[in-house]
Write a protein that binds this ligand. Sequence first.
Ligand code: Q9C
Ligand code: ZN
Length: 357
Amino acid sequence: MIILHDPATLLHDTVELLGSKLVPAYESPARVRAILESISNSHHSLEHVRLESRDDDKQSLLEIIADSHGSEYLAHLRDSFLQWREKDLVEENGSILPECFPVANKANSANRPPKDIFARTGYFAFDMSSGIMKDSYKSILASANLARSAVERLRSDDLSAIVALTRPPGHHCNGRKAGGYCYVNNVAVAASQWRKHAPGAKIGILDIDFHHGNGTQDIFYADSNTFYTSIHGEDEFPYYTGNADEEGVDEGLGANLNIPLRPGSSVEAYLEFLRLAIDALGVFAPEMLIVSLGFDTFRLDPLGSFQIDTADYETIGRSIRERLGNIPTAILLEGGYVVEHLGANLLSFIRGWEAGR
Ligand code: Q9C
Ligand code: ZN
């Protein structure tokens, strides 16, 4: 398996609130470092991608991102840390966090960005686990670029699958608000990049992070050419989406399948429902597949509660490949917070994937 990594993804290093304490965010550079360590001790080939070295690359990446993300939102990700810094509202090594969020309002005034610099951070976020520090934007773009590069490699090298170590992750972001450690939706970037070559292509998305990919669902909710399916913890973060009755809207009705599973679910239950998701993707018959791969389904994960062990990822990887055949697949990293087990879990998934052909 080819695995793509950009060292710039390691720069983003922020904080989150845990109870009443500001602590280093679970979504940390150590996650990718641990995965790199495991890969270096394996037979897989790690390839470095460096977005920073080419300006024309950056320009075309921004165009692809703009397909699904608002320009004011992107400018906020790029500029807000410096704006706070200029007013000395944050330390050079600090992170900015939102304070006040827009809520449904009879006067409907919540639908435009406020002028206040603190308020803007809340306007462009839906929770407090998406801090922005001095290098966040570099990592966010590097991560999105890995998703794009994965698609380019799939096409040019005629590969059946490729893994991108996308960090920060993307599936909670809908192009207008950051949240759940996500800033740019890497899945949407991969889909846009594929369709740059194949306009109107049918694309399948299998989201197996522990959390519902509210952002990805939202972006494709009315799109009949994109089938989104997710298996996730019921009534867990991000709380307001992920119910089974969310089936898409307008043209997209029927192209969204949510499979919420009880917290604490066993691997047997998980595999049974995974089969439903895979079968639905098979019926949709996409020409390319994107997997949102999160390892917060691991039994020890602090943010998840499924009973999935390292060896089970092999079964999961094999099941997907066996039943979907050789559809070109971009495998993008989402969550997973038990740093010491991330490498082994990813290698297990890949082992199963490679055995499933
Ligand atoms: N303060 C992903 O797995 N809530 N995001 C954290 C502790 C946010 C998960 C609660 C969980 C976000 C990509
Ligand atoms: Zn997650």
